[in-house]
Design a binder for this molecule. Structure first.
Ligand code: HEC
Length: 108
């Protein structure tokens, strides 16, 4: 019983987080600009140098993207990719990849 309440609370929180971002908009950018390296599902990268990002905490993904965007985290590839993204783009991408199942996931 207690476990069910906890699960319901987490589900409600997760739904709330997802509602704030536009998952469809994130998916659109992801397919066009990210899938080539990170994989369409975010967990089958096309090279071992490209990290798996599916299921990662959205807050972490947003921070990583925003840091690349601002040049606080330096990487020539991701820097160039994140530079033109808007804050909303990065929020939507973070929510989208965070919502996908993957080995990093904090959900079951
Ligand atoms: C040309 C290949 C390539 C493309 C395209 C690409 N990435 Fe990356 N991505 C990388 C590489 C390489 C790294 C590792 C960089 C580093 O060491 O900081 C990375 C790292 C990341 C990270 C940090 C992961 C972590 O665990 O810290 C995120 C988040 C990310 N990419 C998101 C995206 C998103 C969103 C897109 C599409 C808008 C995208 N990437 C497109 C190659 C790519």
């Amino acid at each position: 019983m207690r476990k069910q309440i906890v699960i319901a609370a987490f589900a409600a929180l997760a739904a709330q987080g997802a509602a704030a971002a536009d998952l469809a908009a994130g998916a659109k950018i992801a397919d066009a600009q990210c899938a080539a390296c990170h994989g369409k599902d975010g967990k089958t990268p096309t090279d071992p140098a490209y990290p798996k990002i599916a299921g990662q905490y959205p807050d972490y993904l947003f921070k990583a993207l925003n840091d690349y965007h601002k040049g606080l985290r330096k990487n020539p590839i991701m820097g160039a990719i994140a530079k033109p993204l808007s804050k909303a783009d990065m929020q939507n991408l973070a929510a989208y990849f965070g919502s996908l199942p993957g080995p990093l996931t904090h959900r079951k």
